[in-house]
Ligand binder design. Sequence first.
Ligand SMILES: [Fe+2]
Length: 369
Amino acid sequence: MYFKQFLDERLGCASYFIASRQSHEAAIVDPSIDLDQYDSLLTDRGFTLRYVVDTHVHADHISGARRLAGRHGATLCLHESAKVLYPFHGLRDGEELGLGPLRLRTVHTPGHRGELISLLVINPPRSPEPSMVLTGDSLLVGDVGRPDFGGGDAGDQYDSVTRLLRLPDWVAVFPGHFEGPCGQGMCGRPNTTIGFERLYNPLLHLEKDPFVSTLTGSVAARPLNITAIEATNRGAADLPWAMLTTPQLVDEIEADGIPPAAVLIDVREPEEFAEGHIAASTSLPQAELATRLDAIPNDLPVVTICRSGARSLRSAQFLKQMGYERVMSLRGGVTAWEDAGRPLERDRDGGPPRTIVETEWMHAGGVTQ
Ligand SMILES: [Fe+2]
């Protein structure tokens, strides 16, 4: 067999290329939009692409799966329960995809999202047992995938990782992410083993109830433009520009204060906004920025605000990308604002309901559905 892991350092995502050296057939799992890297490998090695698999509908980055499958005439596969608006082959639990003698066996592992699958890699000439598992955003290295990216469920995640832990210790685990926002406590390694995670993944020592409350107990920021990206990957919208492509230099965009006559956009989650925000700021979570751009005027300076200045910086960079010229990120966020003795308002309307598939923008007919 041939196996290669591609790491996207900018997004913290991993994609996978698996092929048979006998039949020269290949599958690519969770491809990014940088298709050239896969095309070169297919050409250089003389492989034919048979299958493109998305382990789930991604919400934090635009998937390259549809374009890649279309370009090569390969079969596009997701779990049969995936609610997408384009044709695909729906994989059932236990179903196998063949690449010469190799087998990719589907294991339905919902939790991060309802349709998420893992893929066992079995190479019968070597062993009847799986040697690897591609886990998408179910089991991560030192963590598990978050359930709050749309359609997820923490209890299902517990059941899914428990199922994966029944695999033998030696099985190598290759996750969909090695860093980034999909897990809060990933260690940074790009792979692990079932045995190591069983021993040292702190979440896997918890019973179901504490596991669920750990995953759901605190407000965690959803990634930038998650609403637009998820809708694009479902085929419900076409907003690939929602991915931040060329971040501006930090010192061009950070500000220590707020100019007069500016629009103040607080990009934290609504629950955080309700806890305390700068007077006259408006709640517009970074998750929904791309789908609610029409709410942000372009004729005044725009100041983005978050807790510490990290989310607001990325949001300001994205607004720059979208043509907002006078945009800045408040350095240090509301934390620095409060530390400087300035007041925060509390208990105002926390903004729109925190759901990913039902936003004002979608109800307003912004999707072609
Ligand atoms: Fe994901």
